[in-house]
Ligand binder design. Structure first.
Ligand code: BGC
Length: 731
């Protein structure tokens, strides 16, 4: 903490009563100060004066989040909301402390009308381009600040290891290194060097720790993770983003090994504070202190739940729908169960952040900032670039794509006209359903294809709804009249537990449409818009080409059509393993035992598409892999080079992926782990020598004693189709 901010915080803290301190540690949802009830505010929304007084003045609440349910606001409305709250809190209270407003700007300032929407994080990860993640963070920060809000609940640094989990699309995928690199870049885009700047915000790493591995595949259900696995796989992506300066974290709503993380002092204090040295603010997730009592049942009363969470290390409670947290915590302090010094630790962090954000001087918008780039053409171009580098060409038999523009095409599948399938959740509202209304002027897939090749070349027949067969006869008849079929399938928008599924297969109605289209004998391009990899193995082998769009955002349709018709050369690569069967859910970094067949038992790893897979309209050739040294100590750097040549007929971008496998180790080694990557653009015929330097310590793993170690032995380096061996041998 700078000396000046330190003094300011201490001076303020000395003046505060217990009630005022507890208020600072309390966060409620905006509905709490609006007319109507929580989850059902009046429409159009309006402030309730009595509630404002109760929440902000009587209970001294220090933080507010969210948007009135299902009502994305304009920038002017956001300004009015935040200004009203700040005025009440700062002008009418004893100490004049500003409110810290937080929002889920998950893929752009997605609760503000007119904001620039980017791909969700899973698509961003598929770009394998940290520079794009930084730009996405920076534009999101700009537009969120332009909406008068200084704090975003992003990026999600969870590692997604269970394909059916409904929050896969909010993550950077299954690999810790890729997630760490993308997260670092995004945090620096959000925060820059100075979060008080008019175009920067504080970021919030979610959801610390281990959220991405619910055993049942359902959101917020029990997680079982041995400590060495937790440290090796789930911690590094957070660590990387913390090292990049992230100011806050949000806690995992789930339980790990039977202990809810919100009550876990080992994770929230011993690990996070004592070991990692994180000094920022730790906020709970939605209602999670109450859930210690009502869902997890480790606390017999709500008051005991508050005690547990505070003792574990929580700084701020996202209560969010009443003032019970204040009441219980004040009681706990007054009766001596929780010390006032304990409150000071958290309140210091909260006040520090408010000073760092410059909220005392500029509680709403920084004077003189005009935000004329909000929603600008320049920003839209950046969103399109992000989407275009994310779209992943999974299959392209006999170079079916790109399609010639004079071909007659049938566009079918409900996703062709679906805006929620482009935007996903966290778009205008929590579940993203209101994309239908707010993004009605944006281009859907069908319109994008029509714009590209002209209406006369396009026939449309919906074929099916998400899980309901449509007028198949009509679709089959129309298919007979065209040269090619573009089949648009996938998922609706959803998030969190609302997106739980019992079956990872695509709904039957969609499979039926796919089979019917294949049966016509026409060539088929499958376009998938989906938040997680829904199983397509029943028909994937029979379609000619497959494009995975993830949730590319509302600028994504034209980008996909540009790829289909060859304006853009695809360069996205899968950030997760695309499964072939719902009972064969393995990650790319699986163990050897998962790939070695035992007596013909046919268990080997055989996903639909591998992590890192993605085709281009050009070809790349790897050659001449050369290691500077093949015997190294743990303090040294592995230096190597190889050549990369564009041998095809178009300029293209290749993601060079460096994998290393440890041959033998005291904890069963993975077949390979991603240890470095770089996206490289090459013109036709261009060749480049590519150099990498990897510190040997990056090859360490966590052993059974939960310590990071590097064991001597041989390793295999893999890049493209090339391999080389090297050895770690200490002097
Ligand atoms: C989600 C968080 C989100 C928070 C605030 C929770 O339900 O798990 O990711 O930031 O709500 O909206």
């Amino acid at each position: 903490m700078s000396i000046e901010i330190n003094t300011l915080v201490n001076t303020l803290l000395e003046k505060m009563t217990i009630e005022e301190k507890v208020g600072q540690m309390t966060q409620v949802t905006l509905d709490m100060v609006l007319k109507g009830s929580v989850y059902e505010p009046e429409r159009p929304f309006a402030f309730d004066e009595e509630k404002l007084v109760d929440v902000l003045l009587r209970n001294h609440v220090g933080s507010i989040l969210n948007v009135p349910t299902s009502e994305a606001l304009t920038r002017q409305q956001w300004h009015y909301v935040v200004a009203t709250i700040q005025e009440k809190a700062m002008k009418e209270s004893r100490l004049g402390i500003p409110i810290l407003y937080g929002i889920d700007s998950i893929h752009g300032a997605s609760y503000t009308q007119g904001a620039t929407f980017f791909p969700h994080q899973i698509g961003l990860a598929a770009t394998w381009n940290p520079a794009i993640a930084k730009t996405q963070g920076a534009i999101t920060a700009y537009e969120t600040r332009a909406s008068s809000i200084p704090w975003v609940f992003a990026p999600v640094q969870d590692i997604a290891r269970i394909p059916s989990w409904s929050r896969i699309y909010e993550t950077f995928g299954e690999d810790p290194y890729l997630s760490g690199e993308m997260g670092k870049a995004m945090v620096s885009g959000f925060e820059g060097d100075d979060i008080s700047s008019f175009d920067k915000v504080a970021s919030c790493l979610k959801h610390f720790l281990g959220y991405g591995l619910p055993l049942s595949g359902k959101d917020r259900t029990p997680i079982w993770i041995p400590e060495h696995f937790l440290r090796e796989y789930f911690l590094p992506s957070f660590q990387a983003a913390m090292d990049a300066g992230a100011k806050t974290i949000m806690i995992n709503s789930g339980e790990i090994n039977g202990v809810p993380v919100h009550a876990n002092k080992e994770i929230l204090t011993t690990l996070l504070r004592d070991e990692l040295g994180f000094e920022g603010l730790a906020v709970t997730d939605w209602e999670d202190i109450k859930y210690l009592h009502t869902r997890h049942r480790v606390a017999a009363t709500h008051k005991d739940a508050v005690r547990m969470a505070i003792e574990a290390g929580v700084d701020m409670s996202m209560v969010p729908d009443d003032l019970s947290f204040c009441e219980h915590l004040i009681e706990l302090v007054n009766e001596g169960t929780i010390s006032e010094e304990r409150l000071d630790v958290s309140v210091r962090r909260i006040l520090k952040l408010k000073y760092e954000l410059g909220l005392f001087e500029n509680p709403v918008i920084k004077e003189g900032a005009n935000y004329d780039k909000f929603g600008s053409a320049e920003f839209l171009e950046k969103a399109k670039l992000a989407a275009s580098e994310s779209i992943t060409l999974l299959k392209n038999e006999e170079d079916l794509l790109p399609l010639a523009k004079d071909k007659k095409v049938l566009v079918t599948g409900w996703a062709a006209e679906s805006m929620p399938s482009l935007n996903g959740g966290w778009s205008y509202d929590w579940q993203g359903a209101t994309s239908v209304e707010f993004a009605k002027d944006k281009t859907n897939l069908l319109q994008a294809i029509e714009n590209e090749v002209g209406k006369s070349n396009v026939i449309f027949s919906e074929g099916c709804k998400y899980d309901e067969v449509g007028n198949l006869e009509d679709t089959i008849e129309k298919a007979a009249t065209v040269d090619h079929i573009i089949l648009c399938l996938g998922e609706n928008s959803y998030t969190e537990f609302m997106g739980n599924v019992n079956d990872l297969d695509l709904p039957e109605a969609q499979v039926e449409l796919a089979q019917a289209m294949i049966k016509t004998g026409k060539s088929v391009t499958l376009v998938l818009l989906e938040g997680r990899p829904r199983i397509i193995s029943e028909f994937a082998d029979k379609v000619g080409s497959i494009l995975l769009g993830y949730y590319p955002g509302q600028e994504g349709a034209s980008v996909i059509s540009d790829i289909i018709f060859g304006k853009t050369n695809p360069s996205g690569k899968l950030p997760y393993t695309y499964p072939r069967y719902s009972n064969a859910l393995m990650t790319y970094d699986h163990k050897h035992a998962e790939a070695v067949e035992l007596q013909g038992s046919e268990i080997p790893f055989n996903p639909q598409f591998e992590f890192g897979h993605g085709l281009s309209y050009t070809n790349f050739e790897y050659g001449s892999l050369l290691l500077e040294k093949t015997v190294l100590t743990e303090k040294e750097y592995l230096r190597f080079s190889f050549s990369l040549k564009n041998t095809g007929s178009r300029t293209g971008k290749e993601v060079v992926q460096i994998y290393i496998g440890d041959d033998y180790a005291s904890i069963t080694p993975s077949v390979k782990r991603l240890r470095a990557f770089r996206k490289i653009e090459l013109k036709v015929g261009e060749e480049q020598q590519v150099d990498f330097v990897i510190p040997m310590k990056r090859l360490a793993f966590v052993n059974a004693q939960n310590e990071w170690v590097l064991e001597e032995g041989t390793f295999k380096l893999m890049v493209g189709n090339l391999t080389a061996e090297f050895e770690l041998k200490n002097d």
